[in-house]
Design a binder for this molecule. Structure first.
Ligand code: NAD
Length: 296
């Protein structure tokens, strides 16, 4: 069993770290929030005094932090992991961050003699708790092979997406598809309703016709057809509109760097930004149907 440092024990990191403890690994954990650390200590982890303490004398370090600036600070700041962990440590960053931050951090880690992958996830808090996350990994073949046994204790589908940063590329592209399709499905269900077609009938037809997609069949934004979807619990997340907006803004940044137009991605970001401007970004992202109905 491996010695693992785990930094960032929030909604996602907490249950991911717990699954590593359950699998028998020896965890040293750190978060700025003391409560998050004590919850993991109760689950069997050891408390670290700082991020670099968590990374001392371990084989792996997993980070699950909010955004690129936090990842840069934790790895490359003064007393950062790169200057304090021992050579050969395998760093796994599972945060969803901008692609340049991922690539620069991995390059700095490799230059210092460490191994590092970007490994953002899909599957939300439910997937983190159940250990069924999808990991999208960027990094060398060798780094991927070293990290895979650890990722397998937190996820079900582990994909190697290519070189450093490609995990973030996959994540941003996937979530842009999701954000756009959710708006398309929402528009169709509101239009259908206004024209006298009830949601269940449209669902029965479209879910077996060419309009079929995950946003409809697994996460329908209209209440009724998919009992487990947030539409049936007043759009409580799930995956919040704020999180979707964060990912669509990352897609915007990436499109500028790649000089690639993403007109629907841009429009989708603007629509979720309207939810934010109305103070409704805490709703599930499928709550975008309320904006289209004129309820927000
Ligand atoms: P969160 O805000 O619940 O957790 C982040 C944790 O990081 C917090 O506990 C915070 O105290 C800690 N932290 C921040 N700076 C720190 C530092 N310098 N040192 C130590 N700890 C620090 O966020 P989350 O929902 O767990 O999301 C984490 C990442 O996963 C984000 O990048 C997010 O985009 C991504 N993600 C989230 C979901 C989801 O459904 N929540 C799904 C997929 C991906």
């Amino acid at each position: 069993m491996a010695a693992i440092g785990f930094i960032g024990l929030g909604n996602m990191g907490g249950p991911m770290a717990r699954n590593l403890v359950k699998a028998g690994h020896k965890l040293k954990v750190f978060d700025l929030a003391a409560g998050a650390v004590s919850a993991l200590v109760e689950a069997g982890a050891e408390k670290a005094e700082s991020a670099c303490d968590a990374a001392r004398d371990v084989e792996f370090v997993v980070t699950m932090l909010p955004a690129g600036e936090h990842v840069r600070a934790v790895y490359m700041g003064e007393d950062g992991l790169i200057s304090s962990a021992r050579k050969g440590t395998v760093f796994i960053d599972s945060s969803t961050i901008d692609i340049p931050s991922a690539r620069e951090t991995i390059a700095a880690a490799e230059q210092a003699g460490m191994t590092m992958i970007d490994a953002p996830v899909s599957g939300g808090v439910g997937g983190a708790e159940a250990g069924t996350l999808t990991f999208m990994v960027g990094g060398t073949e060798e780094a991927f092979a070293k990290a895979k046994p650890i990722l397998e204790k937190m996820g079900k589908n582990i994909f190697h997406a290519g070189a450093a940063g490609n995990g973030q590329v996959a994540k941003v592209c996937n979530n842009m598809i999701l954000g756009i399709t959710m708006i398309g499905v929402s528009e169709a269900f509101v239009l259908g309703e206004k024209l006298g077609l009830d949601a269940q009938t449209l669902f029965d037809i479209s879910s077996t016709a060419s309009g079929q997609c995950w946003s409809m069949t697994s996460y329908c934004p209209a209440p009724g057809p998919v009992p487990a979807s947030p539409a049936n619990r007043n759009y409580q997340p799930g995956f919040s509109a704020a999180m979707m907006l964060k990912d669509l803004r990352l897609a915007q940044d990436a499109s500028k760097t790649a000089r690639t137009p993403i007109p629907l991605g841009a429009q989708a970001a603007q629509l979720y930004a309207l939810m934010e401007a109305a103070g409704e970004e805490g709703l599930d992202f499928s709550g975008i149907i309320k904006l289209i109905r004129g309820e927000i």
